[in-house]
Ligand binder design. Structure first.
Ligand SMILES: CC(C)(COP(=O)(O)OP(=O)(O)OC[C@H]1O[C@@H](n2cnc3c(N)ncnc32)[C@H](O)[C@@H]1OP(=O)(O)O)[C@@H](O)C(=O)NCCC(=O)NCCS
Length: 187
């Protein structure tokens, strides 16, 4: 399968481009912290070589018909501060938004700014009909980002997610359709 090229997206403060091997140090800095991965469903990274293998896996996603993963980079310092992706991609239909920001940069609107650009790409270029986002019910930050983005709260999927440690969690489900998105940017 040919590689689905990720574009470079630009927002006022961010460059959003495909993750690269050289992002390993910036990624490890936040992905190794205990308050980041588990909230999003993944185990904290224990070594740089593990982070390297994750980046390699991200860059190979196209082999499975998936879109790949963007790095979120601050324009002013060229620092990579997180990732964002449209995963569980079904061509001409839908995908799920996933994002992580380094805690050193939380609360500055970076997740919102990056997600807005990725959603625009999803509807305008990929012609998706629906973009979803899920998070643990108590992940107030992520659920707030969904609200800011104009995604509708649809339901709680009770016991909908098993974490890597075997624990089971309720998850909140948000979504926006293409019709809702285009109506919102016109108004
Ligand atoms: C979720 C995450 C990406 C948000 O990143 P961010 O750049 O800080 O997000 P933003 O600044 O755009 O928005 C965060 C919002 O949550 C709000 N918030 C922060 N703590 C909160 C809390 N405890 N309760 C409710 N809202 C909270 C912020 O005030 C902000 O809303 P506002 O703009 O209305 O003030 C980041 O917290 C993260 O990486 N968490 C760990 C990984 C994760 O949970 N990923 C998502 C899994 S699906």
């Amino acid at each position: 399968m040919s590689r689905i090229g990720l574009p470079v997206l630009e927002t006022p403060r961010l460059i959003i481009r495909e993750i690269e091997e050289s992002d390993v140090y910036d990624m490890f800095e936040y992905a190794s912290l205990p308050n980041v991965g588990p909230v999003a469903g993944w185990e904290p990274h224990k070594s740089l070589s593990y982070t390297k293998s994750i980046i390699k896996m991200f860059r190979n996603k196209y082999q499975y018909g998936q879109l790949g993963v963007f790095a979120i980079v601050l324009k002013e310092s060229d620092k990579m501060i997180g990732t964002i992706e449209l995963h569980t991609y079904v061509k001409n239909h839908k995908a799920e938004l996933g994002y992580t920001i380094s805690p050193y940069f939380w609360g500055n609107g970076y997740a919102y700014e990056a997600a807005k650009a990725v959603i625009s790409w999803g509807f305008n270029e990929l012609e998706l009909k629906r973009i979803e986002c899920t998070a643990f019910v108590n992940n107030n930050q992520s659920n707030r980002v969904c609200e800011k983005l104009g995604l509708d709260f649809e339901c709680v999927r009770k016991k909908g997610y098993m974490l890597y440690d075997g624990s089971i969690h309720d998850i909140s489900c948000y979504a926006i359709t293409d019709d809702e998105y285009f109506k919102s940017i016109r108004s």
